[in-house]
Design a protein around this ligand. Structure first.
Ligand SMILES: [Zn+2]
Ligand SMILES: [Zn+2]
Length: 300
């Protein structure tokens, strides 16, 4: 099991590949922005404007001075400001609010089904991404329940009298042993996950095969907490903006051009295949040790 500080690898990489295909598709590339290709602005926040209900979902950005926005992006910004009858800030003088239109999470439900094959791929891939996330949530919940049940079944200190509880590591080993003893429960949720994933992959591949172009458009849910680059082709320290840390995570659906080969990459990316891999990606919570010590203190 991992400590919080270590990044889970299979799950982390899988999410990165999903983001690369659907969310923030630019690659890191360091260049000093040339003045003829970029406009520098003081970008403070973003408005996600729903084209259906008209609500605005606002995101505050971390303020780190100037952000370089590619000229073609700025042209699109000007058109959006015009379309929504907004006054464009004086560039270089006034703070700039980045404008994005799309659909809020509620309205999106009326605009992403029965639209196009490309949209169907996006929907199914978002569902696959949720299955991947769901496996980790379910596994983490399960092991926490296993630990909880084991602790509160201890009726007297005598039950542990032959066990070493003298150090953090010893207690941790003991709790891990309890979890490893319930591997068959983890195996069940892994099997359910694997069969759903297999089904979803076949569905996605069959729709992909019907799309003749190398890329297609579709609405994808972009979490409000994800960084954003102001250049379609690259991101680096100059072009990227980060939502402030207090930003609540909400999805806003934006139109993306999705590349087929990146979808294939997401489908082919390694997923968790065994209970041991699953266990190695879960997180050991120190609160379990506190539960145990407290419970033992309360016992006679
Ligand atoms: Zn608005
Ligand atoms: Zn809406």
């Amino acid at each position: 099991m991992e400590n919080l500080s270590k990044r889970p690898t299979i799950t982390g990489d899988l999410q990165n590949v999903f983001n690369y295909a659907f969310i923030e598709t630019a690659s890191y590339h360091f260049i000093v922005p040339k003045p003829e290709k970029y406009i520098s602005v003081h970008m403070t926040d973003k408005i996600n404007h729903c084209m259906d209900c008209g609500n605005d979902l606002k995101v505050q950005y971390n303020e780190n001075g100037l952000v370089y926005i590619a000229n073609n992006r700025m042209e699109k910004q000007k058109k959006l400001y015009e379309k929504y009858h907004l006054q464009l800030p004086k560039l270089g003088e006034e703070n700039f609010t980045y404008f994005q239109d799309g659909y809020c999470a509620i309205c999106a439900q009326n605009h992403i089904y029965n639209q196009s094959k490309g949209q169907d791929v996006c929907n199914a891939c978002m569902e696959l991404n949720q299955l991947d996330e769901g496996l980790m949530i379910n596994a983490q919940d399960l092991i926490e329940k296993v630990v909880h049940t084991w602790i509160y079944r201890i009726k007297s200190k005598d039950e542990l009298k032959n066990l070493d509880l003298s150090t953090y590591l010893a207690i941790r080993e003991l709790i891990c042993g309890v979890i490893f003893g319930q591997k068959d429960l983890l195996d069940k949720i892994l099997q359910v996950y694997q069969s759903k994933v297999a089904e979803k992959k076949i569905l996605i591949q069959s729709i992909l095969d019907e799309i003749a172009t190398p890329s297609f458009a579709g609405y994808v849910a972009r979490p409000t907490t994800v960084y954003e680059t102001m250049d379609d082709n690259l991101y680096n320290e100059y072009t990227v903006v980060f939502p402030s840390e207090s930003t609540p995570e909400e999805n806003f659906y934006v139109l993306k051009e999705v590349e087929k080969n990146r979808v294939a990459m997401f489908l082919g990316q390694k997923r968790i295949e065994s209970v041991d891999e699953l266990l190695s990606e879960t997180i050991f919570s120190d609160i379990w040790i506190e539960w145990l010590m407290q419970h033992l203190n309360n016992l006679k």
